[in-house]
Design a binder for this molecule. Structure first.
Ligand code: CUA
Length: 333
């Protein structure tokens, strides 16, 4: 009996130490959304359960190794023990209850995390190999960084142009895949202003590591100022076709694959592209004139340039926008 009391006390002590240690290790980044609060609550319960289970197993083993080790000169066999029905029932029922409790809590947690909020602001997210664009239907523009106001429910409606990607901002905790042919949703209510990053959490090809873009949570005033700035930027850029083209290129992250410096990227560089002779995968050559550039934007897989993967997605540009992008590419001599 004395041994049980000592082991019991040690288990409680080791559990407490493990919980303190895990808390002190700060395993999680800051909680920047309402959802993070929910999810971390679950995580903390898991930490308690894990710490207790670890102590429950490790402490009796360590205690037995030390206290019940073989005495010098003792060559007798150990006592033979045959089953223990009460113990076996206990270690079946208790974990069963624990698993059921965790699944009920987890289901409630999930329901809270994905519940729609009235008056949420919609942001349309598009993922492609390899970048993100953020479209604000309320304001009519697309950008390469996601700004959202603090304490406002955000409803992300997400689509992929090619393969499966996954939207993940660790500070928001929630994560959701983007699946080609489907619109998936993710609900976030940011509660902490700051600069974060969305990163793709699904291996999506050689450029997967590049799928990191800014996510910025600001107060209402700063958000309104940012929106006004985007609209002004559009108005200024739209004074010339090539200016508008350049802004479109920037906001749609074309630079993730196409350099304007002459350096090769995932796709061909645009520097000196216009009117140059391009060697294609099938061995033929073509002059990069206006119709070639338009075709390559509209149907990227029509002509594949030699040495580059056929991964360019189709972007939802209008004919006018494509003409402006071509006008911009023409300036990159
Ligand atoms: Cu997209 Cu990984």
């Amino acid at each position: 009996m004395r041994h049980f009391v000592i082991v019991g006390i040690l288990i409680v002590a080791v559990t407490a130490l493990l919980i303190l240690g895990l808390n002190a290790a700060h395993l999680m980044p800051v909680e920047a959304s309402l959802q993070a609060d929910e999810i971390d609550g679950m995580w903390k319960l898991q930490e308690v359960a894990m710490s207790f289970l670890f102590a429950l197993i490790a402490v009796p083993i360590a205690y037995s190794l030390v206290v019940f080790r073989r005495q010098q000169g003792d060559t007798t066999d150990a006592q033979h023990i045959e089953g223990n029905t009460r113990l076996e029932i206990a270690w079946s029922i208790i974990p069963l209850i624990a698993v059921v409790v965790f699944s009920v809590l987890g289901a409630g947690n999930l329901a809270n995390t994905i519940r729609p909020s009235a008056g949420a602001m919609v942001v349309k997210v598009n993922a492609f190999q390899w970048g993100w664009t953020f479209n604000y239907p309320d304001y009519g523009f697309t950008t390469n960084e996601m700004y959202v106001p603090v304490n406002k429910a955000i409803d992300l409606k997400m689509e992929s142009s090619d393969v499966i990607h996954s939207f993940w901002v660790p500070e928001f905790r929630v994560k959701q895949d983007l699946v080609p042919g489907r619109v998936t949703e993710l609900r976030i209510t940011p509660i902490l202003a700051g600069h974060y990053k969305v990163r793709c959490a699904e291996l999506c090809g050689t450029g997967h590591y590049k799928m990191e873009q800014p996510v910025v949570v600001v107060d209402d005033t700063a958000f309104a100022a940012w929106v006004a700035e985007r609209i002004k930027e559009f108005e200024t850029a739209s004074q010339t076709p090539e200016g508008h083209g350049q802004l479109l290129v920037q906001n749609n992250v074309c630079g993730a694959c196409h350099s304007i410096t002459g350096a090769a990227g995932i796709g061909p560089t645009w520097r000196g592209l216009y009117q140059s002779e391009v060697e294609l995968e099938d061995g033929t050559t073509v002059v990069a004139d206006e119709s070639y550039l338009i075709e390559s934007i509209k149907t990227p897989k029509a002509k594949i340039v030699k040495g580059f993967p056929p991964t360019m997605p189709v972007f939802p540009f209008t004919d006018e926008e494509i003409a402006d992008i071509v006008a911009y590419i023409k300036t990159l001599k």
